[in-house]
Design a protein around this ligand. Structure first.
Ligand SMILES: NC(=O)C1=CN([C@@H]2O[C@H](COP(=O)(O)OP(=O)(O)OC[C@H]3O[C@@H](n4cnc5c(N)ncnc54)[C@H](OP(=O)(O)O)[C@@H]3O)[C@@H](O)[C@H]2O)C=CC1
Ligand SMILES: Nc1nc(=O)c2c([nH]1)NC[C@@H]1CN(c3ccc(C(=O)N[C@@H](CCC(=O)O)C(=O)O)cc3)C=[N+]21
Length: 307
């Protein structure tokens, strides 16, 4: 058997199209343009790529992009002051502080300074709390995008057995919450899990968010299961030439695709959905802050996923 390849790039393009239409409508009917501010501290090359890609796509859907690039040695107090300023800025609807931050800066402190109604990453403790008590909130982009891919692949998820490998605050834990909200039976595995292959083999849905290249093998996957590979790892690719690199996920794609029913590729899977849902979250935040109902498009997605 050969797995269906879940096309995150195409799904992300559809989502961005819907966001762009809504942005145009808000401008025409209500006279405002949503704005997203992205803060990057330091020179991490991967982070720079993501941030410029976010800025480009923000402009493409018709929103305003504010980029704040600060040197790696910026004092914590300056980053906090910038976030406070963005909180007060009426043109800014969404704030994203790119992680990881340099070691001398306390990320928790920075994330907790972001106004919860502008927290388009969904990392503020208020939004985390709302998600875990089943109330509506701004939902972390990568898990939200992964849920959308699962919905278009499987339809209803109710009653399915899901295993999330990884328990980070930004992917694993919120992913588990969303799967639970969609009525899956959820197991969260991590570095201390005993017999991870056996735990994965139980799953109808495997979500890998570990950060270890190609950790999850084909013989860990139940035949026909759906595999969501969140991992983004840059590894050497000598076959492409000396000094060349390539992106691989946390799943060994070649062996897993032989067994799974459906699988996300890397690149072109979860990654593009992360940015598209970020734009969606900015739109939702922009509407809510002005007392407008967020577009029905998103309400429908949420109803399909969790209703
Ligand atoms: N596609 C996208 O948009 C995004 C992709 N990513 C990618 O997703 C991956 C995970 O990111 P993130 O959640 O931030 O990573 P973290 O490093 O924060 O968390 C990794 C998790 O994996 C667990 N883990 C580590 N080793 C093992 C192991 N051998 N077996 C089982 N579990 C293990 C850790 O367990 P423990 O808690 O016990 O230490 C931890 O919970 C990375 O590749 C990252 O690049 C991240 C964000 C967005
Ligand atoms: N505050 C914060 N929020 C984040 O959401 C956040 C973050 N910090 N820090 C880093 C991680 C990582 N992340 C990705 C976004 C897009 C792609 C993406 O578009 N990937 C493309 C490939 C890109 C390439 O070629 O390098 C793909 O998978 O097809 C990947 C990873 C968001 N993150």
């Amino acid at each position: 058997m050969s797995a269906k390849v879940i096309d995150g790039k195409a799904e992300a393009e559809r989502l961005r199209g819907a966001v762009a239409e809504e942005v145009a409508r808000l401008k025409a009917d209500h006279g405002f343009v949503p704005g997203l501010a992205v803060v990057l501290v330091g020179e991490d090359p991967a982070s720079k790529v993501y941030v410029s890609s976010k800025a480009k796509q923000t402009v493409e859907v018709g929103m305003t992009s504010y980029e704040h690039k600060l040197p790696a040695d910026t004092p914590e107090a300056d980053v906090l002051a910038l976030v406070e300023r963005l909180n007060q800025d009426p043109g800014v609807d969404g704030i994203l502080v790119q992680l990881p931050l340099p070691k001398h800066i306390d990320s928790t402190k920075v994330l907790e300074t972001i106004a919860p109604d502008k927290d388009v990453d969904g990392f503020h403790v208020v939004n985390v709390g709302k998600l875990s008590t089943g109330q509506w909130s701004l939902v972390p982009c990568t898990p939200y995008g992964s849920m959308m891919l699962l919905r278009s692949t499987l339809g209803k998820l109710s009653g399915l057995e899901a295993v999330v490998v990884g328990r980070s605050n930004i992917v694993g834990k919120p992913m588990a919450q969303l799967l639970l909200k969609a009525n899956c039976t959820v197991t969260v595995a991590h570095s201390r899990t005993k017999d991870l292959p056996a735990v994965c083999r139980r799953a109808d849905i495997v979500v890998a968010a570990v950060g270890i290249p190609e950790l999850v093998k084909g013989d860990w996957i139940k035949p026909g299961a759906t595999v969501i590979d969140v991992g983004i790892n840059r590894v050497p690719a000598p076959e492409k030439g000396e000094g060349k690199t390539k992106l691989v996920g946390d799943v060994d794609y070649a062996s897993a695709a032989k067994v799974a029913g459906a699988i996300t590729p890397v690149p072109g899977g979860v990654g593009p959905m992360t940015i598209a849902t970020l734009l969606g979250n900015t739109l939702i935040a922009a509407c809510r802050r002005r007392g407008l109902t967020p577009p029905t498009y998103f309400a429908q997605i949420d109803k399909d996923l969790f209703g």
